[in-house]
Ligand binder design. Sequence first.
Ligand code: SAM
Length: 395
Amino acid sequence: MTATRQERPGHAGLGQALMAAGVLSSDWAPAYAAVPRGAFLPELMWPWDVGAGRSVAVSRVEDPEAWQAYAESDCPIVTQWDDGEHTGTEPGAVATSSASMPSVVFRMLRDLDVRPGDRVLEVGTGTGWNAALLAHRLGAGNVVSVEVDGGVADAARKALERFGVPVEVVQGDGFDGWDRGAPYDRVVATCGLRAVPVAWMRQCRPGGLIVVPWGTHFGNGDAVARLTVAEDGRSASGPFTGPVEFMKLRAQRLPPVVHREYVSGSVADGDTRTTPLVEEAFLDGERFSAHGFALGLLVPDCRQVVAWKEDGARPVWLYSLSDRSWACAQFRDGERTRVWQHGRRRLWDEVEAAHVWWQENGRPGHDRFGLTVDDGGHWAWLDDPSRAWPLSVPV
Ligand SMILES: C[S@@+](CC[C@H](N)C(=O)[O-])C[C@H]1O[C@@H](n2cnc3c(N)ncnc32)[C@H](O)[C@@H]1O
């Protein structure tokens, strides 16, 4: 659905494509038509360019046509790098604020299932576009949005006022929610979480919905969890609705794993064996596959790093986040896969057992998994919430 500069479907054309794809529902179509994403984007922005395979700098002053074309495309657009420390035109190191892909925005709004008069808390204001869509539908007074970054919050506040939807934008840590505006009927996060805060359950009414991109540190991918708050307000539970990738809640980002802090010598320091697993079965094709998501649910405190394939060989590294154990599987075309493991944890054994479990359960997609959050922690389940297993989440 991403438009090239030549295609230029325009705002209306993108809306039709989103409807045809089933992500823009008819109840959200009037808000989509009335609230163009471009009204919330800065003069200099970094859309993801599919052709180039990277974020590219686009200035409204220097190339207004390109700027407009990207604003009306189904692509994510970075609006801040490195928590605002980055200067200059070229992309920075870590994208820290963005306007999400329209298809993702409307998938999540569909999951949020708002009703007239609902009060909504959004965590992660970003540009303010999502808050403006909600305000168009529900009234600006029924939407509160929390943004951790002062500069981002200011810009969003101004854009929302300019557009005529003066949503309350609170600068603060959205992990705490926003007690003063509670109770909410809906809570929606537009940043990825590793732990869902209990505060959101307390601030959302019983029967209300929390829609949140959630995942484990196993990889960068998340899935959208659609949690219903229990009648006693002490837990929230529900299925995942599909894969998604979001920049993470600031305090829940995983710092980059430093290889040499794990492997001081060579891979040969590990105990070695072979495995019948081959690359295609193990990586399951897609970058954010249900397979990788499932492994993250089953193998606690582990980070997977998939290296580039070179000369027919692809190493996959596993790093323990609870100690310095590591494992490496070397997938090589036409050869048996060799594995090395080192440390107290036998990480490859854990991951292989999880892989076998996933296969034996019919290779479930994201939507067969679910999440329950209560005072005692986080729980994952497959098909049946009553057969949940505990998860290790960062506190
Ligand atoms: C993908 S952007 C949000 C997109 C936005 N909803 C829009 O319509 O443009 C994620 C935002 O979450 C913010 N964020 C990260 N951690 C946060 C936190 N702890 N509390 C509130 N906002 C946070 C980031 O600063 C960033 O602006």
